[in-house]
Design a protein around this ligand. Structure first.
Ligand code: 13P
Length: 337
C-alpha cells in the first residue's frame, strides 16, 4: 500500500471548489432515468449520454472525480478516446463503482446487504489497469417505524464496506465508502440522526479493525434529513446542524473529505443544504458532494435524447457543477438559480 499516493488522490478529488459526479448508474438504474424522457436504454444511447456529460465545457473546475459504471469504463468517445483517458486529460480523476448491488439480506425481511466481494481483488486490478484511481461501494440501510435497521444489518454492511475498502487500498485505489441511510419513509430527522450515528460508528469501527488508512479514503454519507413522507420537514439550517453534529461525533478528523450523496433531494435543495453546512465551517474534513440525481436530473430533462438539445443540456450541467462549487465555500444563494 502506497499511503502517499492514496492520500494525494483522495485530497485531489475534494480540492477547493471540487466534488464528484456519480455517473455510475447500473444498467437497470439508467433505464429508470431514461424512461421518463422516452430515451431507449441502448448501449449507444448510454454511451452518448455519458459523452455529453464528460465533454461539457468548464466542468473540470468543479469536478475532482467522476464515478463510472463498468460498461462506461470500457467505452470511448465518438472519435475513439477511452472515457477514462478523456477525463484524465481534462484533470478529472476517473473512478469505478465496484459493488454488485444491494440484495435482500437473508432472514432479515426489509433489510439489504451489498454483494460483490467475491473476485473483487481481480476486478480492482483490471480497473486499475484501465485507469481507475478510486472506487465506490454503496451499502443501503432502511428505516421503518420500529425494528429496522437491526444491529445485525448495520454490522453486516459495515463489515462489507471495510472488506472492500481494504482491498482497494491494497492496490492503491482510493475507496469511497458509502453507507446510505435511505430517505424513504415517514421517520423524522431525529430518527435519521440516531440511525446515521449508529451506522457511522459501526463503519469506522470496522474500517479501523481492517487497518484501512483513514487519510486515504473518502466517506459518502447521507445528510441527516427527515424521511420523504415525514409531516415535519426541515430547512437547510436544521439539516446542516444535525448533519454536522452527527459527523463531528463519528467521523475521524483524519478522513480528508466527506462527499454527500443526494439521495432523492431535488437539485436546488441538495446545493442549498451543502452550502449551509459549509457556511458553518471550517470543518476538520472537506465537505463536498458526490451527487448523481442532483447533478443529472436537470441535464436529462433538458436533453430528452435529442441532439439539438445537447448544448442547452451541457450548459445546465455546468451551472449545477458551478453552483455546487460555490456551495463548497458557503457562497451559494437561491437567487443564483
Ligand atoms: P444520488 O446522488 O442520486 O443519491 O446518487 C449518488 C450515488 O452514487 C448513490 O450511490
Amino acid at each position: 500500500m502506497n499511503s502517499d499516493k492514496l492520500m494525494s488522490v483522495a485530497r485531489a478529488i475534494v480540492a477547493r471548489q471540487k466534488g464528484v459526479l456519480a455517473a455510475d448508474e447500473s444498467t437497470p438504474t439508467i433505464k429508470k432515468r431514461f424512461d421518463p424522457i422516452n430515451v431507449e436504454s441502448t448501449e449507444e444511447n448510454r454511451r452518448r449520454y455519458r459523452e455529453i456529460l464528460f465533454t461539457s465545457e468548464g466542468i473540470e473546475r468543479y469536478l475532482g472525480g467522476i464515478i463510472l459504471f463498468d460498461e462506461t469504463l470500457r467505452q470511448t468517445t465518438q472519435d475513439g478516446t477511452p472515457f477514462a483517458e478523456l477525463l484524465s486529460n481534462r484533470g478529472i480523476i476517473p473512478g469505478i463503482k465496484v459493488d454488485k448491488g444491494a440484495k435482500a439480506l437473508a432472514l432479515y425481511p426489509g433489510e439489504k446487504i451489498t454483494e460483490g466481494l467475491d473476485g473483487l481483488r481481480e476486478r480492482l486490478s483490471e480497473y486499475k489497469q484501465m485507469g481507475a484511481k478510486f472506487a465506490k461501494w454503496r451499502a443501503v440501510i432502511n428505516i421503518n417505524e420500529c425494528d429496522i435497521p437491526t444491529s445485525f444489518a448495520i454490522h453486516a454492511n459495515a463489515h462489507g464496506l471495510a472488506r472492500y475498502a481494504a482491498l482497494c487500498q491494497e492496490l492503491d485505489i482510493v475507496p469511497i465508502v458509502e453507507p446510505e441511510v435511505l430517505m424513504d419513509g415517514a421517520h423524522d430527522i431525529e430518527r435519521c440522526e440516531v440511525v446515521t450515528s449508529r451506522v457511522l460508528e459501526e463503519v469506522f469501527t470496522e474500517l479501523d479493525a481492517h487497518r484501512v488508512l483513514f487519510e486515504g479514503m473518502l466517506l459518502k454519507p447521507n445528510m441527516v434529513i427527515p424521511g420523504m413522507k415525514c409531516e415535519r420537514q426541515a430547512d437547510a439550517q436544521q439539516i446542516a446542524e444535525a448533519t454536522i453534529r452527527c459527523l463531528m461525533r463519528y467521523v475521524p478528523a483524519a478522513v480528508p473529505g466527506i462527499v454527500f450523496l443526494s439521495g432523492g433531494q431535488n437539485a436546488e435543495d441538495a446545493t442549498d443544504n451543502l452550502n449551509a453546512m459549509n457556511a458553518m465551517g471550517p470543518h476538520p474534513w472537506q465537505v463536498s458532494f458526490s451527487y448523481g440525481r442532483a447533478l443529472q436530473a436537470p441535464v436529462l430533462a433538458a436533453w430528452k435524447g435529442q441532439e439539438g438539445n445537447v448544448g442547452a443540456a451541457q450548459k445546465i450541467f455546468l451551472k449545477r457543477c458551478r453552483l455546487n462549487g460555490l456551495a463548497r465555500d458557503g457562497k451559494y444563494t437561491r437567487a443564483m438559480e
